[in-house]
Design a protein around this ligand. Structure first.
Ligand code: ZN
Ligand code: ZN
Length: 261
């Protein structure tokens, strides 16, 4: 899914302005994972002028996943099911705490190779006359996987953006306090510092965005250790008086590079 395809969808929806394009990116692609952490100097939603470009915003390298409980709920409420953005990037469903499937429960083959078009038809056409919603989900018992999935979902739905530099400095300070008071070990603190260092690439505009990099992975791991949730991080930042910005406001601003070519 490249920028030009998203632009085409925006056109079909009658939302081909900058705001409409950015809204699609935020609500339907993993780009929200970097857009929520803008560079301090960044006044537009995207790091580059992407609107007519070839940058990939989703890729089949990140394999699609299925939560059987989400499918059951969709069938009950809508009559059909749909693929979830987040389920490509996490191992469990943030809503149902179930293990996501990457293989067909009926024949056992990889969903992405199940049939033409990366097996996307499987959700609607089923396999050998059977369907996902006729199977039972498997409960997840790994707390870390659940915390990761929940924070990933919170970031994807966030309507506020926090300057990356502020978040990284804040998380480093809070981790030091946790270490000082004996809540985390020296080893854990060292890991947090490594994760925060790697998270600086979120604002690296030297490269086109690539969804398979999962830029937010380490910042999510740190948020999980320090605050337990993205909401917890936001509360803590607000208590410190650190201002957050509106994602909606950033979306309305054209990237300054747009007319440079
Ligand atoms: Zn689910
Ligand atoms: Zn199958």
């Amino acid at each position: 899914m490249r920028a030009e395809s998203i632009g085409l969808i925006a056109d079909v929806l009658g939302k081909s302005d900058t705001y409409g394009f950015n809204r699609l990116l935020h609500d339907h692609t993993s780009y929200s994972q970097v857009a929520v952490f803008p560079d301090r100097s960044q006044n537009s939603y995207t790091r580059k002028s992407y609107q007519s470009g070839t940058t990939r915003f989703e890729t089949e390298c990140q394999r699609a996943g299925i939560c059987i409980d989400c499918v059951k709920e969709d069938i009950d409420s809508l009559g059909f099911s749909y693929w979830r953005r987040d389920h490509r990037y996490v191992k469990v469903c943030a809503k149902h705490n179930t293990v996501l499937l990457r293989k067909c429960p009926i024949c056992g083959s990889d969903i992405s190779r199940h049939s033409r078009g990366y097996g996307h038809e499987l959700l609607w056409a089923g396999c050998k006359g059977r369907f996902f919603h006729q199977y039972e989900s498997e409960k997840n018992y790994d707390e870390e996987k659940l915390a990761f999935a929940r924070i990933f979902a919170e970031i994807g739905e966030s309507e506020v953006a926090i300057d990356l530099e502020c978040v990284l400095a804040h998380l480093a300070d809070e981790a030091t306090i946790l270490w000082d008071t004996g809540y985390i070990t020296q080893e854990h603190l060292n890991a947090v510092h490594r994760w925060l260092d790697r998270s600086k690439r979120i604002s690296d505009t030297g490269w086109d965005y690539r969804p398979d990099f999962i830029y937010s992975q380490e910042i999510i791991d740190t948020i999980a250790v320090v605050h337990g949730s993205f909401a917890g991080l936001l509360d803590s930042l607000r208590r410190k008086g650190i201002t957050v910005r509106s994602v909606d406001d950033l979306m309305r601003v054209e990237h300054p590079d747009r007319f440079r070519y």
